[in-house]
Design a protein around this ligand. Structure first.
Ligand code: APR
Length: 241
């Protein structure tokens, strides 16, 4: 079956922790990043949860508090404003809700969301908890302990098929603030089309995904510039029609 045609009106923005760094939220792998202080397996793995659920709950209660105090930065806002000229789908590895608070209307969270809790008995029971803590003894309607609605290592990310579909259709793909070290999230970018416009904005990266142009620097400066360029180009092409 032939590939679907590329949709020049569709933009996919794929983000990681680096886009929230300038909102004051720590990334994972930068110097003084989260995984430098707290070993991943203790707080972001099913074994860590089995070993010491209170420690895991406290870790995410603190992240949730930090995220609630953070504000969307110019990068989040520029991505939200891009919706004035394009169909924009944000595919994020982040668990904060800064894209939503900036005004983005289509946000896919591959790794879950801090503001949600879920049953440990049935993963379909998901609850909005906003900025509230989760405590040992907080039970779901089935009587089981609530856990953070976060994808831990060795767990399957959410919305993979939908993310692949959006990436295979988009005429523009912007990656912002990810080291692209975590799979299967990073591998999704292989679905971006050869003729799509593909840019990655980050500071340190080991391997640039095939066909992407790397622009190194701060997302809060570079992302608004790129969004502006894409919007001007679109408006000009509309006038030519
Ligand atoms: N502007 C642009 N890029 C930045 C900025 C900034 N101000 N600050 C940091 N970066 C870049 C770093 O150079 C790095 O490439 O953001 C990236 C952050 O990488 P990570 O800390 O690995 O975060 P991320 O890629 O989102 O991690 C993916 O790993 O631990 C898991 O589930 C967790 O979702 C997370 C996933």
């Amino acid at each position: 079956m032939g590939k679907k045609p590329i949709n020049q009106n569709k933009v996919v923005v794929f983000t990681g922790a680096g886009i929230s760094a300038e909102s004051g939220l720590k990334t994972f792998r930068d110097a003084d990043g989260l995984w430098e202080k707290t070993p991943i397996e203790l707080v972001a793995s099913p074994s860590g949860w089995q070993h010491d659920p209170q420690f895991v709950l406290s870790f995410y209660n603190q992240l949730r508090k930090n995220a609630a105090l953070a504000e969307p930065n110019a990068a989040h806002l520029a991505i939200a404003e891009l919706e004035r000229d394009f169909e924009v789908v944000v595919i994020t590895q982040n668990v904060d809700n800064l894209h939503e608070r900036a005004g983005s209307s289509q946000v896919i969270h591959l790794h879950g969301e801090l503001n949600k809790a879920r049953s440990t008995a049935d993963a379909n029971h998901i609850y909005d908890i906003a900025e509230r803590d989760i405590h040992l003894g907080d039970l779901c309607e089935l009587g089981s302990q609530l856990r953070p609605h976060i994808v831990w290592f060795n767990e399957v990310p959410f919305h993979i098929d939908s993310a692949k579909k959006h990436l295979s259709e988009a005429g523009h793909v912007l990656v912002a603030g990810s080291s692209l070290t975590v799979q299967p999230a990073a591998a999704l970018l292989k679905k971006a089309r050869y003729h799509a416009k593909k840019i990655i904005v980050t500071m340190d990266i080991e391997r640039i995904p095939f066909g992407f142009k790397l622009i190194r620097g701060h997302a809060s400066k570079l992302v608004p510039n790129i969004c502006q360029q894409w919007r001007i180009k679109k408006t000009k092409s509309k006038h030519r029609e």
